[in-house]
Design a protein around this ligand. Structure first.
Ligand code: ADP
Ligand code: MG
Length: 384
């Protein structure tokens, strides 16, 4: 795969796929981290006198209201503040006005095109990687650089599609992610994966991919509840009911790798209790792992040479009594001598919440990170 530094950029029209998928409320960007993270690649193109055309999606566009809600205009305003060059905006995602704006770009100037997912209404042309749309966008530039790591597990027109029709490479953000994730792609053993959080259904395929590669899978959160639910009462706890048979099979194949909590912290009619795994009652809501589990997990963490953490052990943000599992496991991982990687929006938020530092790599990719670790592949770089 080529890298941005391998190209001769002066005077070239460079299409740069960024990840500007930020949360916008009342026209204001809540966190501009994704925008500032992109600056290194954008500024490199500007400084090397390319004509820079930025593409990004923002949220989902299923109807006209989504278009108003998910405009990239606030991102354009932010870029005007942050970049030291002329920045323009095209509210059209195709057509003569967009083409004219591109043709008027001078070397080192930047144009942001409106949300690529405007092309998803009504026909999902972007998300289904429509061939004509991919070819059209490719026709607007000379070189394509992909720097949107969080989308690399998708084959969309604006990443996979365009790359088919132009000389292409990756930007600094993707390069950094691939380098950081090397730790878990070629792990030193024992390799321990710690998985918690809420999105059980999404994560089941990931678990299946990870189990053959890791030595231990320590479970928490809704994921652990769903496994416990196979043959125990989990009360009113968060779980995925639909996958019982699949989970049962995994548990029997990988019984030596999957490590389940032995005790939990639960909420029952407003009161907090600690219960053993086989003593959960009908009205119990499991919201954290218990102290015995924390000790067992810490032992495994301390034996490991490589650790990957995703999700949280409990609903740490709901009340103090359910912080401990998430906090203690994060602390143990950060203090361990293993090579450590964290991935997942909430995993990252939780380590910030507890102000725990010292991880070897923090991956920003969410689903893309998990899929890469599970499959060793990123769909948007596949040949066909
Ligand atoms: P990530 O973003 O790191 O991939 P998820 O989005 O899957 O993680 O899950 C994080 C969320 O899971 C957090 O908001 C946390 O409160 C919630 N959570 C963790 N354990 C439980 C639980 N036992 N019951 C309900 N919610 C939980
Ligand atoms: Mg999350």
């Amino acid at each position: 795969m080529k890298n941005i530094v391998d190209f001769d950029l002066e005077g070239k029209k460079v299409l740069l796929r960024c990840d500007f998928n930020v949360t916008i409320k009342d026209g204001k960007i809540l966190s501009d981290e994704r925008i500032t993270a992109s600056l290194k690649t954008i500024n490199y193109l500007v400084n090397h006198k390319a004509k820079v055309i930025l593409l990004s999606h923002l949220g989902k566009v299923k109807n006209k209201e989504d278009m108003d809600k998910n405009t990239l205009f606030p991102v354009y305003q932010k870029l005007c503040e942050l970049l030291n060059t002329n920045v323009y905006f095209s509210s059209a995602t195709r057509g003569s006005i967009l083409e004219t704006k591109i043709n008027y770009l001078k070397n080192g100037e930047v144009l942001l095109m409106e949300n690529t997912r405007y092309e998803d209404f009504p026909d999902k042309l972007e998300s289904k990687c429509d061939k004509e749309l991919s070819k059209y966008w490719a026709s607007l530039g000379d070189i394509f650089i992909n720097d949107a790591f969080a989308m690399t597990h998708r084959k969309h027109a604006s990443n996979y599609g365009i790359a088919k029709y132009l000389p292409h490479g990756i930007g600094f953000l993707i390069e950094e992610e691939l380098k950081g994730l090397e730790i878990v792609i070629n792990p030193q053993r024992p390799f321990t994966v710690v998985m918690g959080g809420a999105k059980v259904e999404d994560k089941l395929d990931i678990i299946k991919g990870i189990l053959p590669k890791c030595d231990y899978l320590l479970l928490g959160g809704g994921i652990a509840n769903s496994f416990l639910n196979i043959d125990h009462n989990v009360g009113i706890s968060l779980k995925d009911d639909g996958k019982k048979e699949e989970l049962k099979e995994l548990l029997s194949i990988y019984k030596d790798k999957i490590v389940m909590p032995v005790d939990y912290k639960i909420l029952n009619e407003g009161k907090v209790f600690r219960r053993k795994y086989n003593e959960i009652e009908d009205e119990d809501n499991i919201l954290d792992i218990g102290d015995d589990t924390i000790s067992i997990y810490k032992e495994r963490i301390n034996e490991s040479k490589t650790i990957f953490l995703n999700g949280t052990m409990g609903k740490y943000e709901s009340q103090k009594e359910f912080e401990n599992g998430t906090k203690e496991i994060l602390t143990a991982i950060s203090n361990s001598s293993a090579q450590t990687v964290i991935g997942g929006g909430d995993a990252i938020s939780s380590k910030e919440y507890f102000n725990i530092k010292d991880f070897n790599f923090i991956s920003t990719g969410g689903g893309a990170t998990l899929e890469y670790i599970a499959t060793n592949k990123l769909k948007c770089f596949e040949e066909e």
